[in-house]
Design a binder for this molecule. Structure first.
Ligand code: NAD
Ligand code: ZN
Length: 352
């Protein structure tokens, strides 16, 4: 493959996922299908399916069915999973069928869970089309659904055979979705690749270059490869998410995830600064990149949830232990092997 970047991600010795990134790489989709594929089911929301379904079909010489569902987080539920399963059965799914998850994180989470559970596990390929999907949701082997008990409460670890990332599809992605996806790029930069902040600042516009996407994917893959089953290091990927998640929940999910994480990172870094006495070297760059990514919308909407409400939510969250709240600990604050999170007393947080 010329000009494309091909990364091989080893989950376990025998199990690997190829990650292909490059302009126009979608045309080479067929070469990532496992040998002897019988048929292909492309699963994605109706927006991405109307934009890219026929194109995907045109790049495959094998029988291909396009299965779509209503866009949005509310589709990432058991009912949609059941309907898609029915459609696979009606399409005579067999053990050699392959599922392609096409779209943002909602589509790949849902398609991946359908693939993982149909006939006790089919092979699959992800074609992420949102920035968040490319740098986050499609990378890392986590698929699943929301339930009445919360987000991503049903799911499993499942890795596609390949993730095919064609940055050209971002041309149709609305600016707001690009901005929200940048929150995860900024997070991975803060956690694992601070020079990526410089690259983001040097970009002519807030739309990320292919180089930015490759860097963000490489950084996440490296962390996931060291911790494929989320036993330790992957916790650093939650930087900004303890506070961010509380903001989303306290706003009854009216604050988008990216906006909440963007503010969450600043707040968590200040907490870490005050408890560790370490100064956040990248703070200024972070603030400038966040502004450039237009991730300051939340600051313009007063009132942002009161700190005490956020604390109450965090204390009630299942991840907190007793009167302590757990935060991710990026290496710049002393994180490192065996030291990925820090638990801070609620009483201390109340005084900040
Ligand atoms: N599995 C994981 O590890 C993981 C990690 C992070 C997030 N997630 C999940 O990802 C989901 C959020 O993903 P998201 O932000 O991509 O949302 P999404 O999938 O809903 O996509 C956002 C919107 O953009 C549209 N869209 C996507 N690509 C497009 C394109 N190229 N052109 C035009 N429109 C396009 C979609 O139709 C949708 O309306 C959440 O459910 C979250 O839980 C999963
Ligand atoms: Zn996130």
């Amino acid at each position: 493959m010329t000009n494309d970047v091909l990364l091989t991600h080893f989950v376990q010795q025998e199990q690997r996922t190829q990650v292909a990134i490059g302009s126009g790489v979608l045309k080479k989709l067929e070469q990532f299908l496992p040998p002897n594929t019988s048929k292909v089911f492309v699963i994605g929301d109706s927006i991405v399916m109307s934009l890219y379904g026929d194109e995907i079909k045109s790049h495959l010489s094998i029988e291909t069915s396009l299965l779509s569902f209503a866009p949005g987080e509310s589709s990432k539920v058991l009912d949609t999973w059941f309907e898609l399963n029915q459609q696979l059965e009606q399409g005579a799914v067999d053990r050699r069928a392959v599922v392609i998850g096409l779209g943002g994180g909602v589509s790949t989470d849902l398609a991946g869970f359908v693939a993982a559970t149909s006939l006790r596990g089919l092979d699959g390929i992800f074609v992420p089309t949102s920035l968040l999907g490319m740098v986050d949701a499609a990378i890392g082997g986590k698929v699943g659904l929301n339930s009445g008990f919360g987000k991503n409460r049903i799911g499993c670890m499942w890795w596609p055979k390949a993730v095919v990332v064609d940055p050209d599809v971002l041309l149709t992605l609305p600016d707001l979705e690009t901005s929200l996806g940048l929150a995860e790029v900024i997070k991975i930069a803060c956690v694992d690749d601070p020079p990526l902040l410089d690259l983001l600042l040097a970009q002519p516009s807030f739309r990320p270059s292919t180089e930015v996407i490759i860097r963000a994917i490489k950084a996440k893959l490296a962390i996931v490869e060291r911790d494929p089953f989320e036993k330790g290091e992957r916790a650093v990927l939650n930087f900004g998410h303890t506070v961010g998640h509380a903001m989303e929940a306290c706003s009854n999910w009216s604050i988008p995830h990216g906006d909440a994480v963007a503010l969450g990172m600043e707040i968590e870094a200040s907490i870490l600064e005050s408890i560790s006495g370490i100064k956040w070297r990248d703070k200024d760059k972070f603030l400038r990149v966040r502004e450039k990514a237009e991730l300051t919308r939340i600051l313009e909407h007063q009132p942002v949830t009161a700190w005490q409400d956020l604390l109450n939510y965090m204390a009630s969250d299942k991840k907190s232990t007793g009167s302590k709240i757990r935060f991710s600990l990026p290496s710049c604050f002393g994180g490192g092997p065996g030291n990925w999170t820090v638990a801070v007393d609620l009483e201390v947080l109340e005084t900040l």
